[in-house]
Design a binder for this molecule. Sequence first.
Ligand code: M6R
Length: 620
Amino acid sequence: MCGIVGYVGPKQAYDYLIEGLFRLEYRGYDSAGVALQDGSKISIRKKTGRVSQLADLCKLLPIHGTSGIGHTRWATHGEPSDTNSHPHTGGNGEVVLVHNGVIENYSILRDRLRELGYVFRTATDTEVAAHLVAHQLEEAVKLGDDPFEAETCVRAVESAVRQIKGTYGLAVMFRDVPGLLIATRFGSPLVVGMGRGEYFLASDASPLVGHTKEIVYLNDHETAVIKADSFVLRHQDGSAPALSIRALEQTSRDTDLGEFDHYMLKEIFEQPQTIENALRGRLDDEEATAKFGGLNLDPQSLGRIDRIVLTACGTSWHAGLVGEYLIEEFARIPVEVEYASELRYRNPPMADRTMIFAITQSGETADTLAALRECKRKGHPTLAICNTVGSTIAREADGGIYLHAGPEIGVASTKAFTSQVTVLTLLALLLGRMRHLSHPAGKRMISQLREMPDKIRQALKCFDAVKDVARKYYTAENFLYLGRLYNFPVALEGALKLKEISYIHSEGYPAAEMKHGPIALVDEDTPSVFIAPRCEIYPKVMSNLEEVKARKGPVIAIACEGDDKIAELADDVIYVPDVDEYLQPLVTSIPLQLLAYQIAIYRGCNVDRPRNLAKSVTVE
Ligand code: M6R
């Protein structure tokens, strides 16, 4: 949440900053701003709304400078407004900074600073940080330190953040020290791109693509002191951490829209490829099992696990629910799926041989990170199922499995979900083969998994049928999504997709639970989406469907190709290829993603930038 960029070097900083903000806009789009240092002063432009509005403002009122910072905001404290937009200034403008995170003790700090004479102009928690740095600077100067020295500024930042409770990624500039950029973090990501005689800063690697191939991720409590000709990393405890330079793997193709109108649609159509990527190199035909390079666990430790906790948020949590069904069925290991936001504060009994998997696309979700840290602190092995290479969760977990789905930019998660489910299927296969699953059963799973990219390709052909259905129902104000067994999490996911991008109230339930309450919502204007491919309890799902029809509720069925019977009952049918039950979430989620997309389009919603949301939820 919130995106940060920064630049120091010989070029005009604005070009990198604005391009970077466009790339980071998925992290927040309530407002955007930049600040540039031209050698004698810092100029600021900021604007409520999209980065394009900021760019328009900067065309009218250009600013210059070879060092600068920028920010795209997802509002936490203070409504979206020009005043509340970042950058914020501290003191009398001698400090300018941008912030990602939440300063939990901001009201105590603000009161203290007010008493000292600092004037607050915004409703943000960030302004506290700006004044705090200014105050520390003033104190240092009183003690005889030189305000024009970088070291004085670094110490001021370090003393300020020591007083902050909460999370922060900060990029700070000083009016009187041109060409100095200080970045520091706790709980909010920051990465530095190494150039020749120039350095780039960003919240994630996407703005760095095309500018550098070498990057350094900051760890919590680290401070980067950046000038055009030097980059020094120091820990807030006074030590000097070694620079761990990594190769930037992302390419510009990953972030281009190509032939598509929206990232969400592009990412939906990428799924045959992303599932192939998730499988690549992980199928062991000889042993009829799966293999992963990065688990960092020997077979004995894996074999000893007798309980698994999957923890995640949102869509990743839904993938976890599918994982629970898969692992319990194939490996017979008890699994619990915990909302990370709950797990981080709960204290459930966890036996020694419990293994924790954090599932996350971004690898930066604050709640998931906190839950992972809590479990780690209690001594459990922690693993990540993660898409973003080098993200905080990927780095902090003891080991993990990357999705290799490429950057997911659409705020509504699509390809990450199917990749997570694919990886969890592989995990179930691996753990199953270490226990009860036979060689032939493992072989069968492998050959079915190999067919999945093609099955997804076929499933995507339903888009025209989906468009017809969307046209018919896009004005509905309520939707129900119903499925059983492996398709219950898919129902939850379908409902989440619809509500987050079209703002239609939608709920997912196990189809049979309907009778226990939600059926009261059924009327002629409330469509029910039944995820009803062939399965063991297909007749039972049909009975649930009849119950809705009997109450005049319109029914949209997601069914297997060749199921003509369902067409007699449902008002509309969208067909997907027939696959074994445990693989159905991979195909049945496709029409639901497309349906949410198309309904949002018909309603005129911005599918890639839904209101109130941000891609990466780095606040609690
Ligand atoms: O990056 P993560 O997978 O940890 O994100 C978790 C959720 O914030 C995310 O899945 C969210 O629910 C999406 N907007 C759903 O489409």
